[in-house]
Structures are given as C-alpha cells and as structure tokens.
Design a protein around this ligand. Sequence first.
Ligand code: FES
Ligand code: FE2
Length: 376
Amino acid sequence: MDRDQLIDLTRRAVKLARDKTTDLTPAEHTVAAATYTSAERLAQDTAMLLASPQLVGYVSELPRPGTYCTKTVMGRSILLTRGSDDTVRAFDNVCLHRQSRIADGCGAARRLACPYHSWTYDLDGNLVGVPGKEGFPGTRSGSAKLTELPAAECAGFLWISLDRDAVLDIPAFLGPLADELESWGIGRWAPLGEKVLDCPINWKLAIDTFAENYHFATVHKNTFATIARSNCTVFDSFGPHHRLVFPLNGILDLENIPEEQWDPLQNMVVIYALFPNIVLSCTIANGELFRVYPADAPGRSITVHQNSTPLDLSDESTAAGAAAVFDYAHATVRDEDYALVTGLQANLESGARENLVFGRNEPGLQHRHQTWSEAI
Ligand code: FES
Ligand SMILES: [Fe+2]
C-alpha cells in the first residue's frame, strides 16, 4: 500500500474511534442455521472450493531453484517445486508405482526418491529412475510423469488449482489487491512453519471468527483486546474479497500528531479475506495466513495456520521470540475463538433456532456470506 492510501485508512480509523462507532452496512442480515449444518450445502461448498484458485503458502517456502515443499489441500497431498528454470510447478504427491507420498515437508533436492521402493522423480515431475526396471516393462522412465496441476506465484504467495484443466489468472482474480498484497512483502518474509487445527466446527464458522472485531472485548478480553479496539472496523470490499482495518488502542493519540509524522502500520492490524477460504492477518511484524478447508462432515473443518516474519531468524534468540509470538497467536485462536464456536456449532446442529443474524456492524460477515451464496 502506498503512504497516501495508508494515511487515508488511518484517517478513517481515527474518525471511527473518535465517534465510538464502526463502518456499518445498511441493514442486518439473516442466515439459516442450515448454512453450517446441511450435507447439501457442504457438497456445494466443496465444489466451490475445488473450482477456486487456492492460495497454499508463501513464495518464500520455495526460496530458490531446486527447492520443494508439500501441502495438504482439501485432503489432497500436493508437491510444489521450483525447477532449475525458476518456475513453480505443482503435482499430486502420489507415486506412479503404488501411490505412496513421494515427499514430506520441504527442502532442496535435484531429485526426489519415493520412500517405498525408490522410484525417482526430477523437480519437473518426470520419472527418472526405476530400480529393478525389468519388473515394469509397461512403465518407461523418461516418458512417465507425475500428475501436474496448474500453479502460479503472485502477490508473494503460491497458488494452485485442484482442477487439472483450470487456467490460473491470479492477477485478474485478486484485482487491485494483487499489488496491495505484494507491497506488504509478507510472502517473502521468513516462514515459521504450519500449525493445524482439526475442529468440530463448520469451515465457514471458522472463517467467521476472523470477520469482525465486535467480539474482542469479550472473547479476547485478556489477549487481543489489550492491544486492539473492539467493534471498530474500517471495511472495504474488492469483488469477492474484502479488507478489514482493526485500529489499535492507541490510535486516538494520532489526533495530537501532525499527519506527516504518522506511522500508520504502528496503529492497525489489517485483515484480508480472500475468496473463498483464506484469511491473512498483516502487521509490521507478522504475516499470518489461515487456510480453512471443509472436512468430511458439515460440522468439521481443518485450519492450517502459518506465520511469516521480517526478522532475521539466523539469530537463535530472535527465532525463539518469533516462534513464541506464533505460539501465542495460535493458542488464542484455538483456545478462545475456536473453543467458543465449538459450542455454537453444537447449538446450530441441535435445531433449537432456525436462523442467526449478522449486524450492521459486521460487514465482513455479511460480505463473506453474500459472496459464498452467490458462488454456489
Ligand atoms: S510406491 Fe513409490 S516406489 Fe513404490
Ligand atoms: Fe477472535
């Protein structure tokens, strides 16, 4: 984001904080409980995700030619590589022999050997070695290849499609947010690993927890609310995506400082909701990524939480500090947000009430649910 844009967002945030209000939609919005509990909706949601571009990580997870990483996306194991030509490619991480996973984790390698019988692949996905090859007269190394999926890097992130025939055009998909996300640089910061939450909540309910800060003063009384305001959000939508600015508690101090001296990023957390299942939480110190997936039942989902840092992790105490910050943020989501909405999901499934309501002060929730219903 350029400085003019940041100053403009900061002005809007200061005004909302001063007036003790938040950006408001014209009306409340009602959603059926079945949105979170019906098997039919789960099937529609799953089809929507399979048809959408999937952000799967930071470009810094493939830092140079000859590196690879693995991801689980909608239950599918995916191998991503950066070949000697610097191109990012994605494959099903499934051996052509008996379907073992070929790689785990991430690293650097010229070739990857399947851990089961050592069939070997180059980073372009070609099968280049078969031990005891007289056993496989029908499989010729040199022509056999892993199943390739569409892949791209854009805005600092790695993208794939689970649909082999899809054409990925991420700049068009992100619109003006492509440059804005790139400008943060968080995709190039040092990655701090992945933490996975397998929870008894619908995937949309998991995402809902990131879509408003109305709950900060209650759910996060002793954590986030000690640094950020509650029920105070600057909201903007960009097609199916949106951005929320959460002002920090000290934002009104800016009223006594000339604008030229403002340091906007010291006074806000910026949340991006990318269609359909991605949440990014950006500050000057952390680039958090949440990839949320439906699972095998409406009341279950998988959240993969990643974080990246601009700090130099080669220093041991800096690395330990960054890991501690990631642990803290993760524990807050797990023990405060997700713990609370586990009870909410049970209520939805009990059939006690048919609907729930999103307030005028919850524009992020309204926007998410409207774009999802339009897409299915
Ligand atoms: S399953 Fe991969 S070599 Fe046998
Ligand atoms: Fe929360």
